[in-house]
Structures are given as structure tokens and as C-alpha cells.
Design a protein around this ligand. Structure first.
Ligand SMILES: [Mg+2]
Length: 301
């Protein structure tokens, strides 16, 4: 169900315009409800500022001023921001990795034989690799059983060693959630319930209305497609494929964003080196989401 506009609809000159003022807020969060304040900071842009998104955003900004910021219609599109979780919104002290190790040992009776590579990957892809390394195919039933145990371990780990919300997040998300031209979603390799668990432990679960997750897909590009489809289903005619920004901390976040034609904002809070992320050519690179906040403020107005 679409959210109700907070202002009366007005006439528009074209139905192709991208984002105008006072589009409705998302009122059906993916997980639950929230609030906080706003803030700013300096930023640095890595790549070009030109492109469709910027044109949409700056055109929108111009229209907002022109139209005195008060004439949105329910047919006007929003800018969709898709956030990664680990290393972007929070650091969970390897709570997920430790949970995987615990369950793996329960299932196989021994420690894993290969390195556990987590960054930018999906839970489905990680478990598929671990099972294959043991000479087994990962069936859907085995995946479901593993994840069931994993979620209990993850929750316990996060109780014992709480995750940390990264700098700028508790200022940025409330500002975006209140922004009339923005829709917030997730693009994460976590299974849906794993994402919910991590966000619930950090009080961030109520900001996101839709998302793509690591339940079904081994490759992040497919998660990005799932997220875009979820955004389209949620926003319907207010979804603009050219107005999507993927925000994440790994090369995989950048490449999957490009796979769906999105702009990409890379953050250096997940351990990747600047040179590594820059090589993947994101549209912007920021040290953390305090700087990311300034980039988005500048673009969205
Ligand atoms: Mg990440």
C-alpha cells in the first residue's frame, strides 16, 4: 500500500519529472518505527558529478525552489537509497562470522577448512562455498536449518558483544527518513532475518521500507536486482531506476550498484583501502557517513 501524501496533489507539466518536493514519507518500515536529529560535515567527491542522477536531483532542486516547495503529487518519483549494513552502517565485531563458525562446527563436527571470506558477500554465497569445500552441495533445507541456528547464535553474540553504529549514521538516517524526496532501502548480503537482528540490536531497524537480501542469491549483483525490484514494488510509479544510489563499503557494493545502473557512494569504514575502492570507480568516496551525509545533503537539498 502506498503511503498517503502529506500535501494535496498539484498539476504537473510532465509525468517524467524525477523527484519533487513533499513526496510522502515511507510509513511502512521493513522491520519497525524511529527518530533522531541532523548534522553535517565536509565531503570529498571521488568521481564525476554529472549523470542522470545528478541531473534528476539538481533539476528537482531547481523545481522545488521554483514551485516554492509545496506542490508534490503522488505520481512524482523518489530517489532510492540502498544501504549495505556491515561496515557501512555498523560494525558487529564479527558476530556473524563467529555465528557461522559455531554452527559450522555443529553441522560438520570440525572447524572449517577454508578461509571465511565475509566482506561484500552474501550469506547464501558464503555457506555455499563452505559446504562445497567440504564436498557437499548446499540444499535449501540445509541452508534453512543452518540459518535457523545461525540466527540464534548471531543474536546471542550481539547480546554479548554489541555492535557499533558507525560515525554519521545516527544523524544521516533520521534526516533521510524525513526527507520528502527519498526512499530508504537495504542492499545487503545478510539474510533478511540476519539483517533485522543486526539492525534491531543497534536501533536502526525502523528506517528501511524494502530491500534485497542474501537469502536466495550467492552473487551480490542478484541481490541488487532483488533490491531494485523490491523498491519498484514498494514505490510503484514513484520508483525511478535512474535515481538509485547504492551505498556500501566494498568493491562488491560498487559493482552490484553498477549492475543495476545505480550511482554508487563508497565509504571507507569497512576496512577497504581507498585505492581498492577507487579502482572500482564509484561515483563518490567518503571517509565515513559524516562525509557521506554532506554529499547527500548537497545532492538532495
Ligand atoms: Mg559491507
Amino acid at each position: 500500500m502506498l503511503p498517503t501524501p502529506i500535501r494535496p496533489p498539484a498539476q504537473t507539466s510532465t509525468n517524467r519529472r524525477v523527484v519533487v518536493a513533499f513526496a510522502p514519507r515511507i510509513r511502512q518500515p521493513l522491520f519497525l518505527p524511529a527518530c533522531i536529529s541532523r548534522d553535517a560535515g565536509s565531503f570529498e567527491r571521488a568521481e564525476q558529478r554529472s549523470g542522470t542522477l545528478l541531473s534528476c536531483l539538481m533539476g528537482s532542486l531547481g523545481r522545488r525552489k521554483k514551485e516554492n516547495m509545496g506542490s508534490a503529487t503522488n505520481s512524482e518519483t523518489l530517489t532510492t537509497l540502498l544501504f549495505d549494513i556491515d561496515g557501512t552502517l555498523l560494525i558487529s565485531q564479527r558476530a556473524g562470522g563467529r555465528a557461522i563458525d559455531t554452527v559450522f562446527e555443529q553441522v560438520f563436527g570440525r572447524r572449517r577448512s577454508i578461509e571465511l571470506r565475509l566482506h561484500g558477500r552474501t550469506d547464501r554465497g558464503i555457506l555455499t562455498e563452505l559446504f562445497n569445500a567440504e564436498g557437499r552441495e548446499l540444499t535449501d533445507a540445509e541452508f534453512a536449518a543452518f540459518i535457523d541456528s545461525y540466527l540464534r547464535e548471531l543474536d546471542q553474540n550481539l547480546h554479548q558483544q554489541p555492535a557499533t553504529v558507525l560515525p554519521g549514521v545516527t544523524q544521516l538516517l533520521p534526516w533521510l527518513a524525513e526527507h520528502p524526496q527519498v526512499a530508504l532501502g537495504l542492499l545487503t548480503g545478510n539474510v533478511r532475518q540476519g539483517a533485522q537482528t543486526k539492525l534491531r540490536h543497534t536501533g536502526l531497524e525502523h528506517f528501511f521500507a524494502f530491500g534485497g537480501f542474501g537469502d536466495a542469491h550467492a552473487h551480490r549483483d542478484d541481490v541488487a536486482r532483488e533490491a531494485a525490484h523490491a523498491a519498484q514494488s514498494h514505490l510503484q510509479h514513484r520508483f525511478c531506476p535512474q535515481s538509485v544510489v547504492v551505498i556500501g563499503d566494498t568493491v562488491h557494493d560498487i559493482t552490484c550498484g553498477k549492475a543495476i545502473g545505480a550511482k554508487t557512494l563508497a565509504v571507507l569504514t569497512g576496512g577497504a583501502q581507498r585505492e581498492e575502492l577507487a579502482a572500482a570507480q564509484p561515483d563518490w568516496i567518503c571517509t565515513d557517513l559524516r562525509q557521506g551525509f554532506s554529499i547527500l545533503q548537497h545532492l538532495l537539498g
